[in-house]
Design a protein around this ligand. Structure first.
Ligand code: F6R
Length: 600
């Protein structure tokens, strides 16, 4: 999704902005641009494609500027092109803007501005903001911005600079994320923390309805009425090195190998947190989980755990569906909003609407200080560290870990298990991290297997019970990074339709640890074999029956049936990774996708 950066200070703005933009590229983008003020004039450079195109365009041009804004764009309104790339400017070239989000009423504003004589150069919704600011500018940039935002509908974050006031950046947040980074004699702006980590760890995350005015020596925050707001400085705990590749070919592979640590750190973080719940469990008669993508799949596994251990009905709903459905919610409903980024618009807005209806909203997030973290009634954190690759891997493992812990915490609070039992189970559960470590030894074998299936046009994934969501996750991972069509199914549903797809060309991944549904899924496997499907199975080591029936067998260490989703998903992530890598695809930044989806 689009990325915003801004810099004002004693150093040359261009290298700072380019470096910061590079740190945001993991979010996905199709064009990039930068605007600076040099010798009182606005200089804008924009390119379609990768940041390196922008760097090449700036090569040899010895611009010196101490203020600038930059952007990576992921097209929503208007195709990827130089005209539509940001920064957008007014025709007088006195104002430049970078923007994330969507201006819903841009069409009517555009018509109004055209009637007033403004000339538009792009198809973007963004351009109306810069024209509005130019229209309202009467010698005070902050006042012009305050007036302009009153006219805008939608969720947005933007930063604006002007040749009339070249000593400041004005930034606005309503819906999309924006943070200010604090330096000495310099200040930064970014839509995501990794962009400014090379420069500072002291940040102020802006809340919705706030405006920041940055000069090189000061940062002032106002509300949309123009009144000052006081904010706390937040110190980012992440180590910059953990956002580098550390010898791995891709961030995705590095992050797959960081799963054991993500699991252990999440257990450690959970145990060091205050486990007194800020609500009375006796009043909760229902749990609703809202999430998107991989976080949704984690929520599906969590449902089985919560219903089994805490005996509370738990519905799992896509956040984008929840928002417009009439889901009965009241103060006896507990809502789990799962989002690694904490910025996914669908999840945030669904959580806010549940909160309005009286539910208690628990955020399950990886990014401390993110919007969902601040908007939820309270947050339980996954401790996976920064995830750079677009495809979620270690954050999924961390979410599963936390959801299991929540399920037994709720059970304990309901007196279904004793305190001693609660801590004993956690001690046992800690061993999962070393089982994941062991499973990672399959890496090379899976790379070989991937080479045999990489030209498939479609692959099915089947699982049952706790591993039905694993099948969904395996299919999602494969399709998003390899562009091979994949479907995840509960294996028992196969005979109700998908079985028609099976022939000698169809690889079918079957997840079959020896659990309560093992015999059932073996019958499903037979159904695949009798239609000549090619079975790749994931099962416990020593499972001769499964091995003998499969074209390829991936053996995972024996694990308590309840915890298998943390292990079975590991080979599936490696499978997707190696297929995409062997096909020569951009594994960390797959086409059309963004790491943080801040539009609805
Ligand atoms: C899949 C993936 C996405 C995200 C989804 C939700 O690999 O990364 O499906 O899981 O966009 O993102 P968060 O968890 O940040 O809300």
């Amino acid at each position: 999704m689009c990325g915003i950066v801004g810099y004002i200070g004693n150093n040359n703005a261009i290298p700072v902005i380019l470096k910061a933009l590079e740190k945001l590229t993991y979010r996905g983008y199709d064009s990039a641009g930068i605007a600076i003020i040099e010798k009182g004039k606005l200089v804008v450079e924009k390119k379609v494609g990768k940041i390196r195109e922008l760097i090449r365009a700036l090569w040899g041009k010895s611009y010196q500027s101490h203020i600038g804004i930059g952007h990576t764009r992921w097209a929503t309104h208007g195709a990827p092109s130089v005209e539509n790339a940001h920064p957008q400017t007014d025709e007088g070239k006195n104002f430049a803007i970078v923007h994330n989000g969507i201006i819903e009423n841009y069409q009517e504003l555009k018509e109004e501005l055209i009637k007033k004589g403004h000339k538009f150069q792009s198809q973007t919704d963004t351009e109306v903001i810069v024209h509005l600011i130019a229209e309202y500018y009467k010698g005070n940039l902050l006042e012009a911005v305050l007036k302009a935002i009153k006219r805008l509908k939608g969720a947005f974050a933007f930063a604006v600079i002007s040749t009339f006031e070249p000593d400041k950046i004005v930034a606005v947040k309503k819906g999309s994320p924006l943070i200010v980074g604090l330096g000495k004699g310099e200040n930064f702006l970014a839509s995501d923390i990794p962009a400014i980590l090379p420069y500072t760890r002291n940040v102020i995350p802006l809340d919705d309805g706030e405006i920041a005015v940055l000069t090189k020596d000061s940062v002032d925050i106002f509300n949309f009425e123009g009144l000052p707001v006081s904010k706390e400085i937040f110190v980012v705990p992440w180590d910059i090195l953990s956002a580098e590749k550390g010898g791995f070919k891709h961030f995705m592979l590095k992050e797959i190998f960081e799963q054991p640590k993500a699991i252990s750190d999440t257990i450690g973080g959970f145990l060091s947190q205050d486990l007194n719940l800020p609500f009375d469990i006796k009043n909760i008669n229902r749990i609703i989980t809202i999430a998107c993508g991989s976080s949704y799949h984690a929520g599906l596994v969590g449902k089985y755990w919560i219903e089994k251990n805490a005996k509370i009905p738990n519905e799992v709903i896509y956040a984008s569906e929840f928002r417009y459905a009439d889901v009965p919610i009241d103060e006896n409903t507990l809502v789990l909003a799962i989002s690694q980024s904490g910025e996914t618009a669908d999840t945030r807005f669904a959580a806010l609407s549940a909160k309005e209806k009286g539910a208690t909203v628990v955020g399950i997030v990886n990014v401390v200080g993110s919007s969902l973290d601040r908007e939820a009634d309270f947050t339980l954190y996954t401790h996976a560290g920064p995830e750079i690759s677009v495809a979620a891997t270690k954050t999924y493992s961390a979410q599963l870990t936390l959801l299991y812990l929540i399920s037994i915490l709720l059970a304990h609070k309901k007196n279904l298990i004793s305190k001693e039992d609660f801590y004993n189970r956690i001690d046992e559960f800690k061993k999962i991290a070393s089982s994941v470590e062991k499973t990672l030894q399959l890496n090379e074998k899976i790379s070989d297997i991937a080479s045999k299936y990489k030209h498939s046009s479609s692959i099915l994934f089947m699982g049952r019970w706790l591993n039905y969501p694993t099948a969904l996750e395996g299919a999602l991972k494969l399709k998003e990074i390899s562009y091979i069509h994949a479907e995840g199914y509960p294996a028992g549903e196969m005979k109700h339709g998908p079985i028609a797809l099976i022939d000698e060309n169809m690889p079918v991944v079957i997840i079959a640890p020896k659990d309560r549904v093992y015999d059932k899924i073996l019958s499903n496997l037979e159904e695949v074999l009798s239609r000549k499907g090619r079975v790749i199975s994931v099962g416990f080591e020593g499972d001769k029956v499964l091995k003998q029936k499969s074209e390829k067998f991936l053996s995972i260490p024996y694990t308590d049936e309840e915890w298998t989703p943390l292990i079975t998903v590991v080979p599936l992530k490696l499978f997707a990774y190696h297929i995409a890598d062997q096909l020569g695809l951009d594994v960390d930044q797959p086409r059309n996708l963004a790491k943080t989806v801040t539009v609805e």
